[in-house]
Ligand binder design. Structure first.
Ligand SMILES: [Zn+2]
Ligand SMILES: [Zn+2]
Length: 343
């Protein structure tokens, strides 16, 4: 029985192209008590592999977090299968607005300690005592209230290309850092202000809202389903869209355009741009914002140094990388001294 991915990304890409069929990019999460994550992991892999589902899925004792690409014609089967798993029956599926048949090229189901690397010790607070979930319409009303403090729970490289008007966007690399910064900034207002938070698909707010309530915040709200679900509701219910720019997503697409505003800048020349790329030098792979002109001039690299390495024969590049630990800058995500216009 096949329990792991066997095709390379290139082989898969070719298969998808040859099939010529539409795929849906879907995400969902659920906190639930899972007795044996390994059994669930194998069950999901076997079933989804057969359905040609691709994506990145984390399973833990605390629940499941999944980002997927599902063949459109298999969506019914996929949904029926989810509904057959008791804790996933009718789970809310976030379906991407802009489709990309190559959003994921492998199926990876991993057992982890946690479904989000939140850096929290869950034993120290009641994770089930969450904030009030609000939909798009209520959220729009709340964020116009002068007593509201609106907080973006995502990292700096995500909010840089898109966020809600008037949101506080902590300049942080990790979720854990942002929790502390916000608590400190709002220490005076734990009782008199409404703390309203949002993230990409809602999962980070599930923990954050419980954490802030534990820390003494009295009025805590969270955007149900995050920016993805907000956008869908705004479109379906004809509401005013208060999100500016692009929603950063964790698949091949990198970002989903929500409004026409371009709120960030090319990190190399400073002109308006909100296209994320990874440095073409495999040993660097830095995630940063680069306009088309700079991409052309720099061969999609972050620096002259990387451009020179990228221009070498592949074998020579491999030799240089040896023993250095590949992709050693990957976690800097836009924070590099070579990027002149990174805030
Ligand atoms: Zn540029
Ligand atoms: Zn680079």
């Amino acid at each position: 029985m096949q329990l792991y991915n066997t095709l390379s990304a290139k082989e898969r890409e070719k298969l998808i192209e040859e099939a010529g069929k539409d795929r849906l990019t879907i995400s969902f999460y659920k906190y639930a008590h899972i007795g044996n994550p390994h059994i669930l992991r194998n069950h999901l892999f076997i079933t989804w592999n057969e359905m040609e589902v691709l994506g990145r899925i984390y399973v833990a004792h605390e629940g499941i977090n999944a980002q997927l690409s599902v063949p459109a014609e298999k969506f019914g089967n996929f949904k029926n299968h989810l509904d057959s798993i008791s804790f996933l029956e009718n789970v809310r599926l976030n379906i991407a607005i802009e489709q990309d048949n190559k959003s994921f090229l492998k199926l990876k189901v991993k057992v982890r300690k946690k479904i989000v690397a939140d850096g929290l010790n869950d034993a120290t607070f009641d994770v089930t005592n969450k904030g009030i979930h609000v939909g798009a319409e209520e959220f729009n009303r709340l964020i116009e209230d002068p007593d509201t403090v609106l907080v973006d729970m995502r990292n700096h490289y995500e909010s840089e290309i898109g966020h809600f008007k008037n949101a506080i966007t902590p300049d942080v690399d990790t979720f854990r850092d942002s929790l502390d910064i916000i608590e400190k900034d709002l220490a005076e207002h734990k009782e008199d202000k409404k703390l309203v938070m949002y993230c990409t698909g809602g999962i980070r707010c599930e923990k954050a809202s419980a954490y802030y309530k534990h820390k003494g915040f009295k009025n805590v709200y969270q955007l149900e389903g995050g920016i993805i679900e907000y956008t869908r509701q705004v479109r379906d219910q004809n509401l005013e869209n208060k999100f500016l720019g692009k929603n950063f997503v964790f698949d091949h697409r990198r970002g989903e355009r929500i409004s026409e505003d371009v709120i960030s800048h090319c990190h190399q020349c400073g002109k308006p741009c909100d296209t994320h790329v990874n440095c073409a030098n495999e040993a660097c792979h830095l995630l940063f914002i680069q306009c088309e002109e700079c991409a052309e001039a720099m061969d999609q690299c972050c620096s002259v140094e990387c451009q020179e390495i990228h221009a070498l024969p592949i074998e020579e590049q491999k030799r240089l990388r040896k023993g250095k630990g590949a992709s050693n800058k990957i976690f800097k995500k836009g924070r590099s001294p070579v990027l002149k216009y990174k805030r």
